[in-house]
Design a protein. Structure first.
Length: 317
């Protein structure tokens, strides 16, 4: 499929699928079964972590990186420092997308095609299904410090919260969302939502205040979101084949130096501050080093990687 949202992409359940939109730019078609929803860098992306030589992060990072392989219905774990990827023992997945890890190392996966979220325990215990109600194409996931799980319930045009205390799913107060996609939480617990079809990012304050639209320029079908160590927000601007940075201090939007992206999706930072991008339509994950430099991670056989995740406390944020 193309980046463009069509009735066919919605039927196929692609991660960015939604209602039809006006045609923009050149279409890029892929088989419907796959659906649709960098060279040297000249500028820094984030500050180096303490004790880490600037611009020289470890071999693919200082923590394991999890990759959801959308078309292959699998999740891979790439060990710290490199090594062969391992398939995570998750069963029955169909079109997995967003992921999140809790403080215990349990992995939550948006099993988009099955309209559910599953939990894979770190200790090797049996996979379980998170207790939710009436999800339709869940995509983005985020966990707060209390262990509450947020889910972008994309085809229901809402975000839901599953409290850690077991009190039951609630709908997060938002307005006007149209196929929400990626989610991220800042240090204060404010929730940020990539509002895919509306070409915007919205902020939902932790204190219950009114939703606001984050100031951006020219976004087209935003997908993944991630914060770096400075609190800067990074957005996968999938319709424009780029990643943009929104400085925490309110400075002007910047395009992250990267080459050859095609419908970027999930984002994640490692402890060294390197940014990882799921380059969906190029079937790869790329690493953008702190002080410049781009490389493709050595993961063979990826087919439309969608989500990325690292353990909490291991990301630069």
């Amino acid at each position: 499929m193309s980046h463009l949202v069509t009735a066919a992409s919605r039927a196929s359940g692609g991660p960015g699928a939604g209602a039809p939109k006006p045609v923009r730019g050149r279409p890029r078609w892929r088989p419907a079964v796959l659906a649709a929803a960098l060279l040297l860098c000249a500028a820094p992306i984030a500050s180096a972590a303490p004790g880490t030589p600037e611009g020289h992060p470890p071999a693919h990072g200082s923590a394991p990186l999890y990759i959801s392989d959308y078309a292959d219905n699998t999740v891979l774990r790439l060990p710290p420092g490199g090594g062969e990827p391992v398939t995570v023992a998750a069963s029955g997945l169909t079109r997995p997308t967003g992921m999140a890890l809790d403080a215990s190392g349990d992995l939550y996966i948006a099993d988009t095609g099955n309209n559910r979220v599953v939990r894979v325990p770190a200790d090797g215990g049996p996979q379980t299904t998170v207790d939710t109600t009436d999800l339709s194409r869940p995509i983005g996931l985020a966990l707060n410090a209390n262990g509450d799980l947020y889910i972008a319930d994309s085809f229901n045009d809402r975000v839901v919260k599953v409290p850690a205390d077991g009190s039951g799913q609630v709908t997060v107060p938002t307005s006007g969302l149209l196929h929400p996609n990626g989610l991220a939480l800042d240090r204060a617990g404010n929730l940020f939502v990539a509002d895919f079809v509306n070409d915007r990012v919205v902020k939902v304050p932790a204190d219950g205040g009114p939703q606001t639209t984050v100031p951006t320029t020219g976004l087209s079908q935003p997908t993944g979101l991630a914060f770096d160590g400075r609190g800067d927000l990074f957005v996968s601007d999938s319709g424009n084949d780029r990643v943009v940075k929104l400085p925490a201090g309110g400075g002007p939007q910047q395009t992250v130096p990267a080459t050859g992206l095609n419908s970027p999706y999930g984002l994640a930072f490692d402890l060294a501050g390197a940014l990882y991008v799921a380059d969906f339509n190029n079937d790869r994950v790329v690493e953008l080093a702190v002080r410049g430099g781009q490389r493709t991670l050595p993961v063979a056989g990826l087919r439309t990687p969608a989500g990325l995740a690292v353990p909490p406390g291991r990301a630069a944020y």
